[in-house]
Design a binder for this molecule. Sequence first.
Ligand SMILES: Nc1ncnc2c1ncn2[C@@H]1O[C@H](COP(=O)(O)OP(=O)(O)OP(=O)(O)O)[C@@H](O)[C@H]1O
Length: 328
Amino acid sequence: MSNGIVVNQLTKQFKVHEREAGLRGALHSLIKRSFRTVTAVDNISFAIEPGEIVGFLGPNGAGKTTTMKMLSGLLHPSDGTVDVGGYIPFEQKDAFKKRITLVMGQKSQLIWDIPASETFLINQAIYEIPDAQYRETVGELTELLELEPLLRKPVRTLSLGERMKCELAASLLHRPEIIFLDEPTIGLDVNMQETVRRFIKAYNERFNATILLTSHYMADVTALCKRVIIINHGRILFDGDLNQLVSTHAPFKVAKLVFSTPVEKKDLDRYGEVLQYEYPQASIQIPRTEVSEQASRMLADLPVQDFTIEDPPMEDVIGMAFAAKEGA
Ligand SMILES: Nc1ncnc2c1ncn2[C@@H]1O[C@H](COP(=O)(O)OP(=O)(O)OP(=O)(O)O)[C@@H](O)[C@H]1O
């Protein structure tokens, strides 16, 4: 059975009730209701191969959550078709629900006043997980996520990061092969983000799970996703290799230098565009094709104490991709 996803010309429109401003408007809208149509997802198509981890990126309100809800069967599409692991999600078949999961960083399925281990038991019953498989999976997840000290505490006493780890475990007890992760690291500190990221990668490798992930943290995307789909105003702006996105929209790298003695700013201009210079540090933007030549010149000519070459921040690359499309 395939774990792939095929989305074809998918659209979702919401009808939103519009109320006129002020008391008069409020009274008027009681008598005559007017509606506006919001197109949250606008004719998108893509396919995801079994075992792929794809980053689903875009600004607030772009249509990411609405798409994930349609893929997991919580929302009915207005138009178009969706095939997730061979199922039509909105039919909500039990066999489909056993193969997928949707984790939303901003929402919790754990019951607040009882320990996470008891929510696990509820999920065991809901997903009809046989005892032996349940014990084995809980054991694996407990080890991978270091849950041992957390499982018996009431959920309300856990930190945000601890709760997210339990949340992931609860969502994965039935070993779904297709996973929708909507901001799984939101609000977590850097160490916990890293733990969750490592876990997602390990789960993907262990079960060859297909994963669609949204995150506003670019470190999640660069660590986990070879491919990204960028969406804005419900439409796909880019679908492809992350490296290709970077080289198309940011055809340069940034050299970061630390000097042992001061240098003149004008002496830096000849290597590229100086983004910032305040002794002892400088950042210089260099076209990708010239990086090795300029790097060896700088190391030979300047009193360099420390030197690194970096890609521009992903946030900037995505900003450039948006700007290029909107200007096109
Ligand atoms: N139930 C709804 N009723 C009306 N409009 C909605 C509904 N759900 C979403 N929308 C609208 O659809 C658009 C897309 O929203 P969606 O939540 O899918 O965006 P998103 O990309 O997930 O954003 P974020 O990063 O903020 O979570 C927004 O304009 C939103 O206001």
